[in-house]
Write a protein that binds this ligand. Sequence first.
Ligand code: BCO
Length: 565
Amino acid sequence: TRPAGRFFHKVSGLCAPLTLADFEAINLCKRPLPENFNFAGDVLDQWSQKEKTGERPANPALWWVNGKGDEVKWSFGELGSLSRKAANVLTKSCGLERGDRVAVVLPRIPEWWLVNVACMRAGLVFIPGTTQLTAKDMLYRLQASKAKCVVASEEVIPAVEAIASECPLLKAKLQVSPHSWQGWLSLQELLQAASEEHSCVETASQEPMVIYFTSGTTGSPKMALHSHSSIGIGFTITGRYLLDLKSSDVIWSTSDTGWIKAALCAFFTPWLYGACVFVHRMSQFDTDIFLDTLSTYPITTLCSTPTVYRMLVQKDLKRYKFKKLQHCVTGGEPLNPEVLEQWKTQTGLDLHEAYGQTETGVICASGRGDKIKPGSMGKPVPPQDVQIIDENGHTLPPGKEGDIAVRLTSTRPFYLFSKYEDNPEKTAAVMRGNFYLTGDRGVMDSDGYFWFVGRADDVIITSGYRIGPFEVENALMEHPAVVETAVVSSPDPVRGEVVKAFVVLSAPFKSSYPEELILELQAHVKKSTAPYKYPRKVEFVQQLPKTPTGKIKRDLLRDREWGRT
Ligand code: BCO
C-alpha cells in the first residue's frame, strides 16, 4: 500500500508522486492516464506537504466569509486533517462504504468543501444539489440516485424530512445546522470526536466520483456521472488555459454549490494549482455586497455568470477599486458584447468567456492572453476537438451553422462525463457517429472561434441555469387553474432569457384577475420545484399550437417570443 496522501506512478520502473506538469501532460495526451487517482490524496495532500516545506506561499486553501463578521481560513493541512475526520464520520458514524452515494445539499459553507473532500477520501460518490431544491425534488433525487446518506443544512432539512420515509435506501441523515433535528446526526458534534487517522482510498482513475443532476427537454433531470479523473485531472487545462492560476492567487467563483461550475472554479481547478478558494456565503444575491467584497478582499480572479456581470455593469463601477483583481472569467450562458465592453470600460479588465456544460467541463474559451472576439465563446480548449457538425455527423466548414460537438477518439476521452447513470438510451442519444453532441447550435469562424446560436432542443438557459421545460410544465399542471401549458424561453435584457409559460386556463379560473393568477402560479411553481425555475413570464392563451398528432409545438411559441419567423 502507498502512504496516505501520496500518489505514486511508475516511471521507468520507479515510483514517484505525480506533479502538476504530469497532470497537464495527461490532459494533452502526452502521458497515459494513471491507473489510480484520488484528488484528495494525490493533489490536496501534496499541497499540504508543500505548505510544510515552505514551497507554497502562506495563502489559505479556503477563505470563507459571511458578511456578518464570521470568517474561516483553512490551510491545506487543516483541510486535510478535518476532511480525514469527516471521512471517518461518513464511514464509521454513518456506516457508509466505498461506492455508496451521498447527496450533499449545502449552501456556500465550509462544510460543503469538507464533506466533498471527505467523500473522495472514503471513495464515496457525492451528489451536489442546490439548497433551492424542494421536497419533491429531493424525493426524486434520493430515489433515482439510491443515495444512502444525505448531508443537509437548515434550508433543506424540512424538505428531506417530508419525504425521507419514502427513501428506504437512505440510512444516514447528517445535519449541518445550529439546531438539533430528531433522527439526524450532527456533523459538527461528530467531527469533534472523530479520529484524524484515515487512509485515503486508492480509487481507480475512472471510478465514479460525483453525480450531477442535469435537465433535458423531456423527463426529469438526468444523472451525469463523472469519474475521479474526468474532473480531478481533466480540469487542469482549464486552470492553465482559462484561469491561469498560481498558488498565490485568490479566486472567487460565485456559483451555487449545486452546479459543476462550483466544482470547476471554486474547488478542483483552483486547488490543482494550489490557489486560494474565496467564498462569500451570500444567501441572497446583492450587487452592493458583491462589489464591496470585490473591493475589500485581495481577490485576483473572478468567475461569475454573464447575468451577474450584466447586473454589475448597471452600477457605477468607477466608484469601486478592485485592488488585486487581474482576471475575470464568465460562462454558463452567452455573454453579450455590450457587457464585455462596459466591464472593460469601467474596470479596465477584459472578460474572458468560457463555454461548457455539466457533461464536458469547459470545452471552448477565450483564454488569458488570447485575442477576445466580443460575442464569441472562444476557441476549443486543448486537447478538446470541438467541431460544428451536420445531421449525419460530418464536420461543417467555417461559417456554416450546425451542432456543436466534441470529437471522440477511438477511446472515450477521460475528461468527458462517463454516462447518464441508469439511462443508456439518453447516453446513446447524445452520440452521433464519433461525436458527443452538446445540444447547442453554433458556428465556427475562419480563425477557429466558436459563436453560440442557441439550443438545438427546448432546454432553457437562463441566468446560467439549465432548465427543462417539462419540469416547469409538470409543476404548473399540478395547479387546478392549468388545463394545458407549454414552457419556452423568452428574451430578457438581464437574464439573457427567462422561462415563459403559455397557459390554457380551466373554466373556473377564466374569470380570475390575470395579475393575481400569475403571481399565484409563480408562487405555486416556487413551492413545487426549485424556485429558480419559476416562469418569470406567463401568458394565458385559448389553445396551444399542436402537430396533427397532438404534440405541442414549443418551437413555434419560442420563435414567436424571439421574433423569428
Ligand atoms: O427573482 P425572484 O426574487 O423573483 O426569485 C428568485 C428568488 O428570490 C426565489 N427564491 C429563492 N429561494 C427561494 C425563493 N423563493 C421562494 N422560496 C425560496 N426558498 O427564486 C428565484 C431564484 O432565482 P435566482 O436563483 O436566479 O436568484 P437571483 O437572486 O435573481 O440570482 C441571480 C443570480 C445570477 C445570482 C443567479 O441566477 C445565479 O446564481 N445564477 C448562476 C447559476 C449558475 O451558477 N450556473 C452555472 C451552471 S454550471 C455550467 O454552466 C457549466 C459550465 C461548465
